[in-house]
Design a protein around this ligand. Structure first.
Ligand code: ATP
Length: 312
């Protein structure tokens, strides 16, 4: 526990009359990792991080950063922590370089022009240093938000849904940036509802649902524990293909006209492929696909998630 950057134990936040926004959550985060709280809208992710950021008081339980109680003594932590809040919007009428200087002044820091330049370069915004922030694209605004959150060179960085609403290119740019921040040894707490984002970036993932952490682990470990490792996809095999599998006792499911045959033991793959090859089936294509956090999520939550919203 002593070496953990964050230690949360049995944390709850209830709102009257009976909303359990956070309901008995425990986890620890060691130094230098990207830890992701992953879950749909309303799961309780922001409530957990805002307690850790000293912005909300828990109903019960403990939330420690560097051994200090974040909800009681946040002033002690302020210089060591960086925060990118959800839906961050920069100051419209400031240029990125001015925003950084202003933000540094809030930490009573005088920041040299050279450091402003380095910070803007590190987030890929140096070329845009003289544009009013209101002229920046959505992705550039988030990059500026990350630059501001790094002004005090924090040891721990909270990124609350940093890529929500951005286009795929901007999201990939930010992923690179976050990966680089981890590379500097900064511990990152990333809340997201994007499964691919957590899979790509996180060393450690906690899936939150209805105020609780329902599973936690390295993405690869979660995939091997909570999903069939690999599926063979018979493209376009449809209902006919599915009944053919059923007739032969091969476990399979149908999804959007494709038939999926799960293979849990990699050693069985050759046998399954040989069996499938011997069946006369109308298929457009056939490939194998490793399962992902998306499959884990479906298995443990029982629903798919799209833009933070659970499917039926
Ligand atoms: P989102 O991505 O939508 O922010 P989240 O996982 O971060 O989702 P929270 O914002 O932590 O979820 O909200 C968890 C639950 O607590 C939700 O049901 C929300 O409506 C409720 N909640 C949050 N703040 C309050 C409040 N001040 N009063 C009452 N209910 C609240």
């Amino acid at each position: 526990m002593a070496d953990n950057v964050v230690h949360v134990e049995n944390l709850s936040k209830h709102y009257p009359p009976d909303i359990k926004a956070v309901d008995g959550v425990s986890f620890s985060i060691p130094s230098g990792v990207v830890f992701s709280l992953l879950g749909p809208n309303g799961a309780g992710k922001t409530t957990v991080v805002e307690i850790l950021e000293g912005l909300r008081t828990p109903t019960s339980g403990t939330a420690l950063i560097f051994g200090t109680d974040a909800s009681k003594d946040y002033a002690k932590l302020r210089d060591r922590v960086g925060i990118l809040p959800q839906n961050f919007e920069p100051f419209d009428m400031l240029k990125p370089s001015e925003a950084i200087e202003y933000w540094a002044s809030l930490y009573d820091m005088r920041i040299a022009k050279k450091e402003v330049k380095e910070l803007l370069e590190s987030v890929g915004l140096y070329e845009r240093r003289n544009s009013m922030s209101k002229k920046l694209s959505g992705g550039e605004k988030r990059k500026l938000g990350i630059a501001l959150s790094l002004v005090n060179n924090p040891e721990l960085l909270f990124l609350d849904e940093p890529t929500t609403g951005l286009d795929p290119k901007a999201r990939r740019d930010l992923w690179k940036l976050i990966d680089g921040i981890r590379g500097r040894g900064t511990t990152v707490v990333l809340t997201t509802h994007y499964l691919d984002e957590a899979e790509k970036l996180a060393d450690d993932v906690a899936i939150m649902h209805k105020g609780k952490i329902i599973v936690r682990g390295k993405p690869a470990d979660l995939v091997s524990k909570y999903s069939k490792m690999t599926v063979v996809v018979l493209v376009g095999a449809g209902k006919e293909g599915l009944s053919e599998m059923m007739r032969r006792g091969i476990p399979a499911t149908e999804e959007n006209g494709d038939v999926l045959v799960p293979v849990s033991d990699p050693a069985e793959m050759r046998i399954v492929l040989a069996k499938l090859a011997s069946i006369q089936l109308k298929v457009k294509d056939m490939y194998t696909r490793r399962q992902t956090l998306e499959d884990v999520f479906l298995n443990v939550v029982g629903a798919k998630m799209d833009e933070g919203v659970l499917g039926q």
